[in-house]
Design a binder for this molecule. Structure first.
Ligand SMILES: [Zn+2]
Length: 409
């Protein structure tokens, strides 16, 4: 008689020698052993690396595949030089929202979620623009997809006032409406307000809204090449004031990469106290958060896909191994410690940043796994191909093959 619902056999695991068998029942990992197991269904990992599934800690899911609508100008402004034109790029990118319509947003977003299944992405922090031009056209299809893909890909939907709060009167009411509709997370982008006082007010209002509705907060902070920006600090302070310690995430925070060392250390101490997590996406712009340094200082720092073929980034296919591969170059993290760091940043660390518990390949952990063909993290990053198998909630949800026939003669 089989003893498990599903068994993943002959697996290589990170930081453990030998070959392993993983027993899975009712969506949980119930055995991790070198002893042979039997299951009603069995997958042969054939010595490939098996790890926790991927977690995408930052994706603008309502904007995927919009580059052709938006045109190239915003992309040029966002990625030029030291990102001094980042604000201008947001204005240019906003043009696409004049024609925002859930009817075309839904199939685009669906494509990206299906790619998440293929590449083994189990959780996505999915931003939807909620402002006076996008209205609720972006958030509504994402909430529907969240229900449809529950248990396979978890969408944590962020109601995100992309064009500001005080500089876009009316946006705040729409964010409230999106939260009432069921958005999981309250967003924010304080650095684009016109004064520091207004940026602080933006952070305060969104934190108050999150606290009142038992939500988490996720804000795009200091997303330009300007070291005078300090909204990351404002977010950490507001989280402490509103009882949101451990329930907030700072995204982008590129300006921190230009801070003098004493300012970085001061911010790190405050962020630790507030339980503030960070997400970086160094492939989408030339200036970025000092990911390796902040991780070494004890902060949880994840990586995100950020964009898929939109006005800010022309590539992307929801492949987090590819995101980690690109980050390894941008962060100069190519030795064993570096590749381990970037792999953690798209799996376990990213789960921590999003407040997802139990995302561990251990007995009692969630049965959300990827079975790679390559036996090492370095091999997985080198090839960044779809996993051979993707297991979500204890069942196989995707299987891929990779083969080439050489016809040289
Ligand atoms: Zn972003």
């Amino acid at each position: 008689m089989p003893t498990h619902q599903l068994v993943v056999g002959d697996a290589t695991l990170r930081r453990r020698d030998g070959r392993w068998q993983i027993g899975i029942d009712d969506g949980r990992i119930t055995a991790v052993t070198t002893v042979s197991l039997s299951g009603r269904e069995e997958i042969d990992a054939a010595g490939g690396l098996v790890t926790e599934s991927f977690v995408d800690a930052h994706l603008h899911l309502d904007k995927v595949h919009t580059l052709d609508r938006a045109g190239d100008d915003a992309l040029t402004a966002y990625t030029a030089g030291d990102m001094g034109s980042a604000l201008r790029s947001i204005e240019l990118a906003s043009a696409v929202k004049a024609e925002y319509d859930r009817a075309w947003i839904e199939p685009n977003a669906r494509r990206a979620v299906e790619q998440a299944v293929r590449y083994g992405v189990r959780h996505v922090l999915a931003f939807a623009d909620v402002d006076t031009s996008a209205r609720l056209e972006g958030v509504i299809p994402l909430l529907a997809l969240r229900e449809e893909f529950r248990g396979v890909v978890e969408l944590h939907v962020v109601a995100f006032p992309q064009d500001g709060l005080l500089c876009d009167p009316g946006a705040e009411d729409l964010v409230r409406e999106a939260v009432d509709l069921g958005a999981d997370v309250v967003g924010g982008i304080p650095w684009i307000e016109h004064t520091d006082a207004e940026a602080r007010e933006h952070v305060r209002r969104m934190c108050a809204l999150a606290a009142a509705h038992g939500r988490r907060v996720a804000m795009l902070v200091d997303d330009a090449g300007d070291p005078s920006l300090h909204t990351t600090e404002m977010l950490a302070e507001a989280m402490l004031e509103h009882g949101l310690a451990g329930r907030g995430v700072a995204h982008h925070a590129r300006a921190v990469g230009l801070y003098p060392r004493p300012s970085v250390e001061r911010l790190v101490r405050l962020a630790r106290r507030a339980g503030l997590g960070f997400v970086s996406d160094p492939h989408t712009g030339p200036v970025h958060l000092p990911v390796v340094e902040l991780t070494a200082m004890g902060l949880p720092v994840a990586l995100g896909q950020d964009d898929i073929e939109d006005a800010f980034y022309p590539f992307g296919r929801h492949n987090m191994a590819e995101v980690a591969f690109l980050a390894a170059h941008a962060l100069e993290a190519v030795d064993t410690a570096g590749t381990d760091l970037v792999y953690d940043a798209v799996t376990t660390t990213a789960a921590t940043v999003l407040g997802v518990t139990g995302h561990r390949l251990e007995e009692g952990g969630s049965a959300d796994l990827v079975v790679h063909r390559q036996p090492t993290v370095r091999g997985v990053l080198t090839h960044h191909e779809p996993p051979a198998y993707v297991v979500a909630s204890g069942r196989v949800v995707a299987a891929s093959t990779s083969s080439t026939v050489l016809t040289l003669t």
